[in-house]
Design a protein around this ligand. Structure first.
Ligand SMILES: Cc1cc2nc3c(=O)[nH]c(=O)nc-3n(C[C@H](O)[C@H](O)[C@H](O)COP(=O)(O)OP(=O)(O)OC[C@H]3O[C@@H](n4cnc5c(N)ncnc54)[C@H](O)[C@@H]3O)c2cc1C
Length: 427
C-alpha cells in the first residue's frame, strides 16, 4: 500500500504498546484467533473471561485492518429492519436477532465505560439523512418499527435536520439516539490492552500462512516460523481474508471505503456543522457518511475505487460530496485521506461458518462492524466455551463461494457507476 496515500487521523492512546506475546513452543491454547481487529479481540477478551486460554495473531499491527481505519460510527441494527428479520428468520430466531441488533452499540459504549477505555467518544445519535421522498418513507417505516420496540429514535423534519447537520439538500431523516462516534483506532488498541490484561496472548506481525488438523488439534504456522497448537481456531480476518481457508475469500465482495478529513474547523463553522456531534449517513445508493472528530475536523467517507489509490485525486469524488453538503467548507483544507476494506456478502448479513469442528470463520461486516463485531465477539466466545449454538445470533452456514467471483471487480465497478448516475438524477 502506498503509505503516503493512506494517512488516517485516528490515534492510538499515547500509552499503547506493541504486542509480542506468543505461547511457548509445544504449549497448546484453547482458542487461537487469526486477526486482531474488533471481532478477534472482542472474542478473545470474552473467551479469556470465560476461562479459556487464548492466542491472537495479526499479520500486521493491531488496528491495521478495518477496525483501526473506519469511520468510528457506532450504529446499532443491521441493514434490515425488525419486520424483515422476523419474516426472514421466523419468530424465534428473528426476535433474538432483532434484540441482538438493537444491542450492538450498547456493547461498545458499555465496554468503554466499564473498562475505562482511553477512547474519545460522543454518544448523541446517528442520523440517516433522506434526500428523496422515497427515502423519507423508508425512514418513517424504520422509525415505526424501532419505536414499537421502545428504541430511543425519532423522525426529523426538514428544519430539524438542517439545524442538526448544517448540511444542504435533505428533506428530513431519522435520528437513532442509541448510536454515537468513537476513535476506532483507540478503541481497537484499548480492546487489545484489556484483552492482554485478561490473559490473552497477542502477537503482531505474525501472519498465519498454514492451518491444519492433526490428532484432534489445530496446527497453525506463521510466516515468521512460529508453530502453534490450539483446540479451536477462529478466522477473524473479514475483508482482509486471504487463502487460508479454501473458498472463504470467495464468499465476500471486498470493497474499498475512502475517507477524507478537513483541517480542524473554526469555532464559527463548528457551531453550524453537526453542533451536537451526531454521525450521519445519507440515503443515496452510493452513500456518504460523516461526523466530526474529537479534534474538530469533519470526517467524510464513501465508496472508493477498487484499485489502490495513487494520488489525492482518487478522493476527489468525496471532496465534491463534501462541498455539495457544506459549500461553506470551500476554503477549508483537506488534510487527511485514507481508505480501508469492507466485506460485503450477497445477502448483506454477516456469515458464521464452521467447516470443521473447532474451526470457525466470520466474514461480512457490511460496513457496520464496530458495534456488530464487538457484540458478536461476546457471543462467539460463549459458543466456543459451551458449544451451544443458541449463543450465536446468526445461523452457522456453509461456505458458498459467489459464482463468477473472479469477475467481481468488473461487476462492482459497473454497479457503482450505474448507482452514481441514478443518484445524480435525484439531486
Ligand atoms: C473505511 C472504512 C469505514 C468504515 N466505517 C465504519 C463505521 O463508521 N462504522 C462501522 O460500524 N463500521 C465501519 N466500517 C466497518 C468496520 O470497520 C468493520 O466491520 C470492522 O472493523 C471489522 O472488524 P474485524 O475485526 O472483523 O476485521 P478487521 O479489523 O479488518 O481485522 C482483520 C484482521 O485480520 C488480519 N489478518 C488477515 N489475514 C491474516 C493472516 N493470514 N494472519 C494474521 N492476521 C491476518 C488483518 O491484518 C486485520 O488486522 C468501516 C470500514 C472501513 C474500511
Amino acid at each position: 500500500m502506498p503509505t503516503s496515500f493512506s494517512d488516517p487521523i485516528w490515534q492510538k492512546p499515547q500509552a499503547a504498546s506493541a504486542f509480542q506475546s506468543l505461547v511457548a513452543a509445544g504449549e497448546r491454547v484453547d482458542v487461537l484467533i487469526v486477526g486482531g481487529g474488533i471481532l478477534g479481540l472482542s472474542t478473545a477478551l470474552h473467551a479469556a473471561r470465560l476461562g479459556m486460554s487464548v492466542q491472537v495473531l495479526d499479520a500486521g499491527e493491531i488496528g491495521q485492518g478495518a477496525s483501526g481505519l473506519n469511520g468510528g460510527q457506532v450504529i446499532p441494527g443491521l441493514k434490515y429492519d425488525p419486520e424483515w428479520l422476523l419474516h426472514h428468520f421466523g419468530p424465534e430466531r428473528g426476535e433474538a436477532l432483532v434484540n441482538f441488533a438493537a444491542s450492538t452499540a450498547n456493547a461498545v459504549f458499555e465496554l468503554i465505560e466499564d473498562e475505562k477505555l482511553a477512547v474519545s467518544f460522543v454518544r448523541n445519535g446517528w442520523i440517516q439523512a433522506a434526500h428523496t421522498e422515497t427515502a423519507l418513507k423508508a425512514a418513517a417505516n424504520r422509525d415505526r418499527q424501532w419505536r414499537a420496540r421502545g428504541a430511543d429514535v425519532r423522525l426529523l423534519n426538514e428544519t430539524e435536520i438542517a439545524a442538526m447537520t448544517g448540511a444542504q439538500g435533505y428533506l428530513g431523516g431519522w435520528l437513532d439516539r442509541r448510536a454515537g462516534v468513537i476513535d476506532p483506532l483507540a478503541y481497537t488498541s484499548e480492546l487489545a490492552r484489556v484483552a492482554a490484561v485478561a490473559g490473552v496472548k497477542i502477537a503482531e506481525r505474525q501472519k498465519v500462512v498454514q492451518l491444519g488438523r492433526n490428532a484432534g488439534l489445530w496446527r497453525i504456522s506463521t510466516e515468521s516460523g512460529a508453530e502453534l497448537q490450539a483446540k479451536a481456531v477462529l478466522l477473524a480476518t473479514n475483508a482482509y481474508t486471504g487463502g487460508l481457508l479454501p473458498g472463504l475469500a470467495e464468499t465476500i465482495v471486498p470493497l474499498h471505503s475512502f475517507q477524507i478529513a478537513t483541517a480542524p474547523l473554526s469555532s464559527n463553522l463548528a457551531a453550524t456543522i453537526l453542533p451536537e456531534g451526531q454521525a450521519v449517513s445519507d440515503s443515496r445508493r452510493i452513500l456518504v457518511y460523516y461526523r466530526k472528530s474529537a479534534d474538530g475536523r469533519l470526517v467524510l467517507g464513501g465508496r472508493g475505487r477498487m484499485a489502490l489509490p495513487t494520488s489525492p485525486a482518487d478522493w476527489a469524488h468525496l471532496e465534491r460530496a463534501l462541498l455539495r453538503l457544506y459549500p461553506a467548507l470551500s476554503d477549508v483544507a483537506i488534510e487527511k485521506r485514507w481508505f480501508g476494506r469492507v466485506a460485503m456478502t450477497p445477502d448483506h448479513l454477516p456469515h458464521i461458518h464452521e467447516p470443521e469442528q473447532g474451526l470457525l470463520a466470520v466474514v461480512g461486516c457490511q460496513g457496520r462492524g464496530v458495534g456488530l463485531m464487538t457484540a458478536l465477539g461476546e457471543r462467539l466466545a460463549g459458543y466456543l466455551g459451551t458449544g451451544d449454538a443458541r449463543q450465536l445470533p446468526f445461523p452457522v452456514s456453509p461456505i458458498r463461494p459467489i459464482p463468477f467471483h473472479a469477475f467481481r471487480q468488473v461487476g462492482v465497478a459497473a454497479t457503482i457507476a450505474w448507482y452514481r448516475m441514478l443518484d445524480a438524477f435525484e439531486r
